[in-house]
Design a protein around this ligand. Sequence first.
Ligand code: PMT
Length: 223
Amino acid sequence: MDPAPLTQKRILITAGPTKEKIDPVRYMTNHSSGKMGYALAEEAAKMGAEVILISGTDSLETPIGVALVKVESAEEMYNEVMRFFPDVDIVIKSAAVADYRPISFSEKKLKKKEGNLVIELERTKDILSELGVSKKQQFLVGFAAETNNIEHYAMDKLQRKNADMIVANDITAQGAGFKSDTNIVTIFHKDKTKKQLPLLSKRDTAREILQEIVLKMGDEKQK
Ligand code: PMT
């Protein structure tokens, strides 16, 4: 087997959470550590790819040979993804992007008051959907973090967002999803085939995902 099957491929990977600011001291975020995305970046580089990693975390070491772009908010991630998108061959969206952000940012720290505080939220841009609309040569991989009806929601995302592949993780399963060093994923393809992976380290999961991409891109080329 070719040890560097991604040679001459440029790959864009997103990792980690986004942070949506409320005021100078508070923000909304999620549990993503970035470990899945960083494992993908590291393994893709080892497989010969030129890797651009757009990351919402700064608590992990940048893998050797990977170009890191730091972002905070979903809007910043959108802008950076769009900047690189035209010139890449593969995109893997393993980041946990906020679906909502506060409508307004308070320049001053919000003070405690009597009663409840209501913060109005608005939708962020769905980056994966926008990529699905504008994609040309790119092989587009989304992730799905689900708690139930995994297959149904993964296939729905695959079709609705015009992705080539969805990697679904059941975030309620022990050893899967956020923060852990392991994951349990099922890979869903456009041609309705799927591949279920056992509990593996995120690094081994990353390698399996990348090998599956290489395989499917080869199939597409032969059509
Ligand atoms: O970072 P770790 O701690 O290692 O955890 C890994 C992980 C659980 C975060 C990762 O494996 C994972 O599942 N990432 C996707 C999480 C997620 O946001 O899933 P979703 O079902 O909400 O989104 C579906 C897809 O749309 C994802 O590819 C997401 O990047 C993308 N999306 C979501 C919202 C948005 N505004 N724009 C997007 O592009």
